[in-house]
Write a protein of this length. Structure first.
Length: 119
């Protein structure tokens, strides 16, 4: 995620920084009003994609917050031999977890892009 934001900082053009300096902004104002808003609008999709990837990789993310959903599904399949039902519940669980994140990221990205392009 840090790499995503770092690359977004590099997308801010040199002419944008020079324009801010010509207007009379000091370094703090330049970062606050010019660099960070432009970098944030570029980095939001990449950061949200990383978050969704971490949620899908439950074996990696289970140490932090979520139970390992795939492991639970495998246990249910092994106990009751109902593969289709267990996998359907797994899909529903991922849908319930990932849909709000995707919708929220859409609104955040739309809000940030609104300030940049005026649509």
């Amino acid at each position: 995620m840090a790499e995503t934001f770092r690359s977004a900082l590099e997308t801010v053009g040199k002419n944008q920084v020079e324009s801010g300096m010509c207007v009379g902004l000091n370094r703090w104002q330049l970062v606050k009003y010019v660099v960070i808003p432009q970098a944030a609008s570029v980095s939001v999709p990449g950061i949200v994609a990383n978050i969704i990837f971490l949620l899908k990789e439950t074996s990696v993310f289970s140490a932090v917050a979520l139970a390992d959903l795939m492991f639970v599904a495998k246990d249910l399949i092994g106990l009751y031999y109902k593969t289709e039902e267990a996998l359907f519940l797994l899909v529903i669980a991922y849908f319930i977890i990932l849909l709000p994140i995707s919708v929220a990221s859409h609104f955040i990205e739309k809000r940030i892009r609104y300030g940049q392009f005026g649509n």
